[in-house]
Ligand binder design. Structure first.
Ligand SMILES: CC(C)(COP(=O)(O)OP(=O)(O)OC[C@H]1O[C@@H](n2cnc3c(N)ncnc32)[C@H](O)[C@@H]1OP(=O)(O)O)[C@@H](O)C(=O)NCCC(=O)NCCS
Length: 146
């Protein structure tokens, strides 16, 4: 049984692994440039990186903090060959623990259509349509009260 651990990346090496995995899973398949993976919200976010026993990055997630009531889940990505094995669930649990520590009232997120079922399993519900990414990836705004 493999063992995984979640860290909040801080060193240059950890941050490099984190942004690289985000890019590989969420941007590269749509031929987007590496620069597209970072945005203006990085500084107000808590970042999570899951590592395997060899220190390789296997999953990411991020809690974007707007104020003391609302947070947004972003950058949920699991290495392709490890999807469907519970790693995303571990990341979302970690994020919700952080949100509870910060006493947030609710979490929102913009789910890709393929991930809606995953979030529903964790108690999120669709509240509206959201944006279209790269002209092809439909998103739905979801919410969970904490
Ligand atoms: C969506 C994602 C973060 C879920 O993490 P995960 O580790 O694969 O999910 P878990 O194993 O914890 O949970 C599995 C559940 O999620 C669903 N799921 C969603 N996408 C899946 C995928 N690509 N592969 C397998 N299961 C997936 C499954 O239906 C499963 O539900 P079930 O047990 O009722 O069948 C991950 O699959 C992923 O990175 N997908 C590609 C990038 C993406 O779409 N990110 C979300 C952006 S909003």
């Amino acid at each position: 049984m493999k063992s995984y651990r979640i860290i909040e990346p801080s060193s240059e090496e950890e941050l490099e692994k984190y942004y690289q995995l985000r890019y590989e899973i969420l941007r590269k398949p749509w031929n987007q440039p590496v620069t597209s993976t970072r945005d203006e919200w990085e500084k107000i976010s808590i970042h999570m990186l899951m590592l395997d026993e060899n220190g390789e990055g296997v999953a990411t997630g991020r809690l974007q903090l707007y104020n003391n009531r609302e947070g947004q889940i972003r950058s949920m990505a699991v290495r392709t060959d490890l999807q469907g094995k519970g790693l995303g669930t571990e990341i979302i649990r970690y994020i919700e623990q952080k949100a509870n520590e910060k006493k947030l009232d609710y979490l929102i997120l913009d789910a890709r259509e393929n991930a809606i079922h995953f979030y529903e399993k964790h108690g999120y519900f669709v509240i509206s349509d959201s944006y279209m990414l790269f002209g092809v990836i439909r998103h739905f705004r979801m919410k969970k009260n904490l």
